[in-house]
Ligand binder design. Structure first.
Ligand SMILES: NC(=O)C1=CN([C@@H]2O[C@H](COP(=O)(O)OP(=O)(O)OC[C@H]3O[C@@H](n4cnc5c(N)ncnc54)[C@H](O)[C@@H]3O)[C@@H](O)[C@H]2O)C=CC1
Ligand SMILES: O=C(O)CCC(=O)C(=O)O
Length: 448
């Protein structure tokens, strides 16, 4: 079955899974030159096989709220493809979580993980549980109840989850405790654990820092650097605040962060003290808008950051947060680089628009791969029961992000996608990630 027939098939089979279909189409259009050059992929139906997860496990989670009332949520684990190693990918707790969202995230994760060059397959999971407004005890009960179901399907050599939206170090620790309790194993079945009981140094910072290391390589490819550049960041969670922190460390100027209530705009730029304050504020689920009373700046209620003049945008909140109208604002306001900290934050139309204007664009599966890369380093530290230092991990992360950049740029050139110095990172990253997985599948024959 050709790539276009495989897409028609999933559109007919899963007409309501719009996010998943969006993610598949983005890969499909860009890998065509590679696919055409490898007839064995078509013979072995590699694309048709890759768009169907190995399995989707769905389960019910019963838990009790603080009033003693029984609550019921849905949970899933999408084990998408393990040709390169154990399924690997985060868990998301958010009311918008559906099978479609987890399938898009799991599909992207296959190629992202392949791009790291480390032996990890792709998966994703989560629940429609809404952590907002829940007490500490409710979060804990929910995490225990979630792992009571999930533990049947995960194991350090089979499937290794981690955090994502709504799941940070606290939630990972509760889930890990339940897993240990049920299995009596002290293995690294989940990453992002607390440092001191198996967690890797730098995992918390890795996704945001990694995205900025990728940006540094993009700038270097255009004989430029980050010093003095004005940067718009969206979101105010793990990825956003660590991306903002690294930009400041390297001499860039971060003008915004945001959440679903609006945008915080500080034309003086954030600094370490302000970022630390924001981290503490978010950890206590307090409003971003309070910043204005402490440090000045403006709170733009119900607005996104994209109308502000700057050089670089790092959307780091959630999928499809930048639509075509936002993309026009980015271009009009002089943005020259868009680096996706989040997974698929640009709609397909927004991507087309910025690429038309030759805005340098790094897709999430390349730019935000630093998080999962350090998760894989956590897995290897757990296997040998040793820790590496912050500096050692940071060096590995820099090297991995540079390799991802360089291999994507090389593939863009090799497959004729580079246009007058404008590197097609989307095509390059998809080609490199897809090729690594497809070649493993070819080697295996028709198993996997
Ligand atoms: N945590 C990680 O290591 C990795 C995360 N990602 C992706 O990065 C993105 C953010 O994840 P995290 O920072 O971990 O989550 P988080 O839960 O720490 O933060 C999410 C942030 O986004 C904001 N947000 C949510 N919906 C929004 C909306 N509609 N508009 C504006 N802001 C909104 C929230 O208020 C919060 O500040 C997600 O797309 C995630 O899949 C990707 C790779 C790794
Ligand atoms: O650290 C991990 O295993 C996964 C991180 C993640 O969910 C992602 O890269 O989107």
């Amino acid at each position: 079955m050709s790539i276009s027939d495989a897409i028609k098939k999933i559109e007919a089979q899963y007409p309501h899974q719009s996010e998943f279909i969006q993610a598949v189409k983005e890969v499909a259009v860009t890998i065509k030159p590679l696919y055409d050059a490898h007839p064995e992929y078509e013979t072995l139906k590699i694309f048709e096989r890759l768009v169907e997860p190995d399995r989707v496990v769905a389960f019910r989670i019963n838990w009790e709220n603080d009033k003693g009332e029984v609550q019921v949520n849905r949970g899933w684990r999408v084990q998408f493809n393990n040709s390169l190693g154990p399924y690997k990918g985060g868990l998301r707790f958010h009311p918008t979580v559906t099978e479609s969202v987890l399938k898009f995230l799991g599909f992207e994760q296959i190629f992202k993980n392949a791009l790291t060059g480390l032996p990890i397959g792709g998966g994703k999971g989560g629940s429609d549980f809404n952590p907002k407004g829940k007490s500490e005890f409710e979060i804990r009960r929910f995490c225990y109840a979630f792992m009571r179901e999930l533990y049947h399907y995960v194991n350090k050599d089979i499937d290794v989850p981690a955090g994502d939206i709504g799941v940070g170090g606290r939630e990972v620790s509760y889930m890990y405790a339940m897993y240990k309790n049920l299995t009596r194993e002290s293995t690294g079945v989940i990453t992002g654990k607390g440092v001191g009981f198996g967690g890797s140094l730098m995992r918390t910072e890795a996704t945001g820092y990694g995205a900025v290391y990728f940006l540094e390589s993009m700038l270097a490819a255009q004989n430029d650097n980050i010093k003095g550049k004005k940067v718009l960041v969206s979101g105010a969670g793990n990825v956003s605040l660590h991306a903002a922190e690294k930009v400041c460390m390297l001499g860039g100027m971060v003008l915004t962060v945001s959440d679903s209530q609006g945008t915080l705009y500080d034309e003086k730029g954030l600094n370490q003290e302000r970022i630390d304050w924001l981290k503490a504020q978010k950890a206590q689920s307090k409003p971003l808008a309070d910043y204005v009373d402490v440090f000045g700046g403006e709170w733009l209620a119900k607005q996104k950051p994209w109308h502000i003049k700057a050089d670089i945008a790092i959307p780091s909140a959630t999928q499809n947060e930048v639509d075509e109208a936002d993309a026009k604002l980015l271009v009009d306001n002089g943005i020259k680089y868009v680096v996706e900290g989040a997974n698929m934050p640009l709609t397909a139309d927004a991507i087309d628009y910025i690429r038309l204007y030759h805005v340098h664009y790094a897709p999430g599966k390349a730019a935000n791969a630093g998080g999962v890369a350090v998760s894989a380093l956590e897995m290897s530290q757990n296997s040998v029961r040793q820790y590496q230092t912050f500096e050692e991990i940071d060096e590995r992360l820099k090297c991995i992000m540079k390799n991802i950049h360089d291999s994507a740029a090389e593939a863009s050139e090799k497959y004729g996608q580079t246009d007058n110095g404008y590197i097609d990172y989307m095509a390059g990253a998809n080609i490199v990630g897809f090729k690594r997985v497809a070649d493993a599948l070819v080697a295996y024959g028709i198993l996997n």
